[in-house]
Design a protein around this ligand. Structure first.
Ligand code: HBI
Length: 94
């Protein structure tokens, strides 16, 4: 069973992932806008490879040059260290 973050861990974790918020669904959320659809999709392809390596996958929505990413840990029923780790990896790409 994967442990959920404590509130302190989450508050501390948020300081390491600028641009991310906790949305109404309790998920980490970041909204990104790229110059082109191609750039957005190339970004998604890169994240997909990282997610596969981490065995931790985003919930995301793409329309044209915009990508909305939400992170949660289904196995934990909430936010875990895996979400912070994937959010950090995403921030390294933008
Ligand atoms: N990705 N976001 C997220 N949450 C999960 O619980 C999760 C996942 N990817 C793979 C996965 N769980 C499981 O299939 C493996 O951990 C076994």
């Amino acid at each position: 069973m994967i442990k959920q973050l404590t509130n302190e861990e989450l508050q501390q974790g948020l300081t390491t992932i600028p641009g991310w918020t906790v949305n109404d669904a309790g998920k980490l959320e970041r909204n990104l806008t790229f110059d082109t659809f191609q750039a957005a999709f190339a970004f998604m392809t890169h994240v997909a490879l990282i997610a596969e390596k981490m065995d931790h996958h985003p919930e995301w929505f793409n329309v044209y040059n915009r990508v909305k990413i939400e992170l949660t840990t289904h196995d934990a029923g909430g936010l875990s260290k895996r979400d912070l780790k994937l959010a950090e990896a995403v921030n390294k790409l933008v």
